[in-house]
Write a protein of this length. Structure first.
Length: 199
């Protein structure tokens, strides 16, 4: 059993995700989650404010990992390189692939959860921008860097989730190479010249 599943929080996350997948998010109660995890409702509320937060509890770990990793990058490193280097360390806090695939399916089937996901991502972006600002970036550079790095990481994570042999750092490197090819206009779908305006 993976280490993260051996504690109460991990057991509650696993139990909740199983129930959400089996009977739907709306039909699942905190009492059912606690019972499935062989814990009490009091134990549940020690870890989570409500059942929705079971799906987003790892966000704080990811944010802390990224901010700490950014701070550890040498000051001479550019903002995008620093943030991509930080993303390369997230393997330390990622949940197992199967858990993340099931989580994504539950969120995709529930619009309020999709909204919560966007809120969490916005919060993460603000934390990363603040970390880059502390390194001397101006606001615009920090925002652009965070947005670009997020797109690269999203592609890397998608590749990682479908390839059981892949390492997150490897898929991040491949996705970064794709970004460089796109910005250089050398990617396989690169446009040879300016796009006609239709006039």
């Amino acid at each position: 059993m993976a280490r993260w599943e051996g504690n109460a929080r991990g057991r509650l996350e696993r139990a909740a995700l199983d129930l959400f997948s089996e009977q739907g998010y709306d039909r699942t109660t905190v009492a059912q989650i606690a019972q499935r995890a062989n814990l009490t409702e009091r134990s549940f509320y020690r870890w989570f404010a409500d059942k929705r937060e079971v799906l987003f509890g790892g966000g704080a770990d990811l944010e802390q990992q990224l901010v700490t990793a950014i701070e550890a990058v040498p000051a001479s490193t550019g903002p995008l390189a620093a943030l991509l280097a930080a993303y390369g360390t997230v393997g330390e806090v990622l949940r197992p692939r199967e858990f993340l695939r099931e989580r994504a399916a539950v969120i995709a089937a529930n619009p309020p959860l999709q909204e919560r996901e966007l809120i969490k991502l916005a919060s993460l972006s603000e934390a990363l921008m603040a970390a880059l600002r502390r390194r001397g970036c101006d606001q615009q550079t920090a925002r652009l860097t965070v947005d670009v790095a997020a797109a690269v990481y999203r592609l890397a994570a998608e590749r990682w989730m479908v390839d059981e042999r892949a390492d997150i750092a490897e898929t991040l490197s491949a996705s970064t190479a794709d970004l460089l090819a796109v910005t250089a206009g050398t990617g396989p779908d690169a446009v040879a010249g300016p796009v006609a305006d239709g006039s």
